[in-house]
Structure formats: structure tokens, C-alpha cells
Design a binder for this molecule. Sequence first.
Ligand SMILES: Nc1nc2c(ncn2[C@@H]2O[C@H](COP(=O)(O)OP(=O)(O)O)[C@@H](O)[C@H]2O)c(=O)[nH]1
Ligand SMILES: [Mg+2]
Length: 203
Amino acid sequence: MHVLNPQQIKLQKKTTKGEQFDSREIFLEMRLIADIGLLGLPNAGKSTLINALTNSKSKVGSFPFTTLIPTLGVLENSEKSLTIADMPGIIEGASDGHGLGFKFLRHLHRTKFLLHLVDCSISVDVALDSFSIIENELKEFHLDFSKQKRWVCLTKVDLLTDQKISNIVNQFSKRLKDIPLILISSKNGTGLEELKKELFKRL
Ligand SMILES: Nc1nc2c(ncn2[C@@H]2O[C@H](COP(=O)(O)OP(=O)(O)O)[C@@H](O)[C@H]2O)c(=O)[nH]1
Ligand SMILES: [Mg+2]
């Protein structure tokens, strides 16, 4: 076998003259960040829910804008795993860019499925208004949310009497038409097992 010494190797290197080519700037965007996106006004209970369902440790607080960046968690059963993205709260005017709305709505657009969380602990009217604000922002945003499945989750039901719960379910059922409605409490666990089961079944 003929062995080259380092000097011979150097001599064998070959170069060709460079040519002028077009330059191009390319923006790449990740298509999907999670299976499920949590959507809702600040304080709706999104971070508390992701912490109750997954291994995530998203920051929780009784004041708006505790969550400033999306946080991911993984929901697992014996066969599957689903990723959930806890998103900062969407506020009125988000579709016009208020409260970093462009950024957060775009993140939500890159999930397969949306869970719209509505705090129902204050009153039926406040809950219905909160629901409409978010629905309106989705409609006004320049990206189309109509292809993503969406469920509504009424949160903090541990704070309501049975009578108030049935009233709120009545009112929401009239408004939602074919959007499924789920009642949960991340504090005492009401509805969480059913929610998990449904998510694994539908996704
Ligand atoms: N009683 C009760 N309080 C809740 C529940 N879920 C969230 N909270 C409280 O509501 C406040 C806002 O919760 P957080 O998860 O930070 O809301 P986010 O802004 O939507 O992420 C916190 O004080 C939570 O402890 C619930 O199911 N029941
Ligand atoms: Mg939060």
C-alpha cells in the first residue's frame, strides 16, 4: 500500500473559482408546537390545569399575566402521549396585536386542538362575556382557526353550587351549538379524568 505523507496530501487539494449566485433570505416557521393549546383570558385557570394534567410546573397566580411564555407539558396514558401548550392569556384586541396577541394567537394556531378555558366562578354573564371576547379575537385574527377542533372548558366549578352549575350549563349550551362543553375544577379534580379520557379518545 502506498502511504501519502502530510505534504503530499496538501498538494492534492483542489480549488475551483467561486461564481456569483442569487442570494435569498428564508424564514422557517415550525408548523406544530403541541397537540393541544390552552386558550382563554388571563386568570381562566390554564396554568393550574396544565399542572394538574401533566408534569409541567407552569407559574400560577391570582393576577393576570403570570404566564409570559408558552409552557409545554406531556399528558400520558399507557398507550399514547399528548403535548399540551399553556399559553399566556389572550385579551380583548389581541387580534390587533394587544398584549402580544399576534405572537400568542400564532402559537395557538400551531396546535391541533384548542381547549378554550372560561372561568365560570364570578357569574354567568361574566363567563358568557369572557367566552365571546375570545371567540371574537379568533374570528378577527388573520389566520383561520376554523379547521382546529375546539372545546369549551368551564373552570373553577368547585366554587359554584349545583344550582348555579346547571344554570350556567343551560346558558352555555344555548350559545355553543355544536362545540362540546366540559366542566372542570383543577383544584378538587372534578371532570379531570373525563377530560383526559375524551382527549385520548378524540385525538
Ligand atoms: N377555586 C379554584 N381556583 C382555581 C382553579 N383553577 C385555577 N384557580 C385559581 O385561579 C387563579 C388563576 O389561575 P392560573 O392557572 O394562573 O390562570 P391562567 O392565567 O389562566 O394561567 C389562581 O389563583 C388559581 O389558583 C380551580 O379549579 N378552582
Ligand atoms: Mg397562566
